[in-house]
Design a protein around this ligand. Structure first.
Ligand code: PMP
Length: 448
């Protein structure tokens, strides 16, 4: 199969050379889904079919596709300063973007985490956050703290630190992982919390698992604990009411830094700029990426409190405070994309818009309660996870079938194991939400 076999694409390349990430390549290449353009909440395929973007690309295109002002800003920046390093020299736009981010930085109700380190992806933000945590503990004379705690069913990207603290079996079992990593128990409990409307009632006490790990390893060995306030990639797992607050208290009590991975939940996905704000919990470090540039340029940012930052900026001056950074940290074109993105988010109120769509969003999924093979629907902000009963001996296959059939009917969804996840652009209108709900409900009914 080549792209040329599809209508309207003569002389197109073969599909052989590109080894696609996180994809069953042989399946895909036997039945390709190729997107050619996008505007607003819709893609168009190479054969001219319209597909609703139920996933904001990969949780990143929060302001919708084809935003002219981002394209203009990117083009202008490319023609002015295409690249300059940020090691020892810099450019104003990196400072300008960091300052704008600092203004809206997560605060959890306290002082903002207004010190910003730039990366190029969520995975890099996670590595950066972990390294800052270790280096911080050393800087304050706590160099024995070389362990880090993640969580089962967490996802923190694909680099070695992130895979180690993550809790996805498939991502871990093929590779060696870092020593000194342990995991909190996950908070997913269908027996107690199925079809919770919003945050689950049960499970705050699971945060006490951190006490167990402190007992086991000794607080003096633990640098940080990292969790997603809402785990997206492992199946939309919402934090039980009170869980994150309790985690904060335990971490504080033992001198452990709390890192929130907000690569998905940042920039408005849950109805507030950051989950830290929504849940009123102030972490020490927050990782972001994806929607920071509306997905247009690869970029990430790590937010740190001034307490963390100051540990590097006080004391005897060193040649370099943190031995870490990327060639493209603060890339000028990505900063330009990010600034234009923040302009749109602020002008259109997108960082809180998800909250005003909750009624429409909830209504879209009402029909799935009690539907055959649906064992849970988890909805919060502008996210839903629909968990299907796995087919005997074939985990994930039922959800994958729903994904391919939904695409055929003009809706892009994301599948992770037996869960179908949706997270449309924050500009989506209630009628489009209804359309998304109706297509997917139809697919699930028909497959049953
Ligand atoms: N952390 C979280 C919470 C994520 O959801 C993701 C991506 N889905 C990442 C990290 C990794 O981001 P990236 O794919 O940009 O490296």
């Amino acid at each position: 199969m080549t792209i040329a076999d599809l209508p309207q694409r003569p002389n197109a390349p073969s599909l052989d050379a590109f080894w696609m990430p996180f994809t069953p390549n042989r399946r895909f290449k036997a039945d390709p889904r190729l997107l050619a353009s996008a505007k607003g909440v819709r893609y168009e395929t190479v054969d001219g079919k319209s597909v609703l973007d139920g996933t904001s690309g990969l949780w990143c295109v929060n302001a919708g596709h084809g935003r002219e002002e981002i394209a203009t800003a990117v083009e202008r920046q490319l023609r002015t300063l295409d690249f300059a390093p940020t090691f020892n020299v810099c450019h104003p736009i990196a400072f300008e973007f960091a300052e704008r981010l600092a203004e809206i930085a997560p605060s959890g109700g306290g002082e903002k985490l207004d010190r910003v380190f730039f990366t190029n992806s969520g995975s890099e933000s996670v590595e950066t956050a972990l390294k800052i945590a270790f280096a911080y503990q050393r800087a304050i004379g706590q160099g024995t703290r070389t362990r880090v705690i993640g969580r089962e069913r967490g996802y923190h990207g694909v680099n070695f630190g992130g895979v180690s603290v993550g809790g996805m079996l498939n991502n871990r079992r093929m590779f060696p992982t870092l020593p000194g990593v342990d995991h909190l128990r996950h908070t997913h409990d269908i027996a107690k919390n199925a079809f919770s409307d919003g945050l689950p009632e049960h499970g705050a006490e699971l945060a006490d698992d951190l006490e167990r790990l402190v007992q086991l390893h000794g607080a003096e060995t633990i640098a940080a604990v990292i969790v997603e306030p809402m785990a997206g990639s492992t199946g939309v797992l919402l934090p039980p009411k009170g869980y994150l607050k309790r985690l904060r208290e335990i971490a504080t009590r033992h001198g452990i830094l709390l890192i929130f991975d907000e690569v998905i939940s940042g920039f408005g996905r849950l109805g507030a700029p950051f989950a830290s704000d929504l849940f009123g919990v102030r972490p020490d470090i927050v990782t972001t990426a994806k929607a920071i540039t509306n997905g247009v340029m690869p970029m990430g940012a790590v937010f740190a409190t001034r307490e963390v930052h100051n540990a590097f900026m006080t004391g005897p001056e060193a040649m370099i405070e943190l031995f870490h950074g990327y060639t493209y940290s603060g890339h000028p074109v990505a900063c330009a994309a990010g600034l234009a993105t923040l302009d749109i988010y602020e002008r259109e109120g997108l960082l809180t818009r998800a909250a005003s769509l909750e009624t429409a969003w909830a209504k879209a999924w009402e029909g799935l309660k009690g539907a055959r093979n649906v064992i849970d629907v988890r909805r919060f902000g502008l996210v839903v996870g629909i968990e299907l009963a796995p087919r005997e001996g074939a985990p994930g296959e039922r959800a994958y079938d729903a994904f391919t059939e939904a695409f055929r009917r003009g809706l892009l969804v994301r599948v992770t194991g037996d869960v179908i996840a949706l997270s449309p652009p924050l500009i989506v209108e209630p009628e489009e939400i209804a359309e998304i709900g109706s297509i997917l409900t139809g697919v699930i009914d028909d497959l049953a």
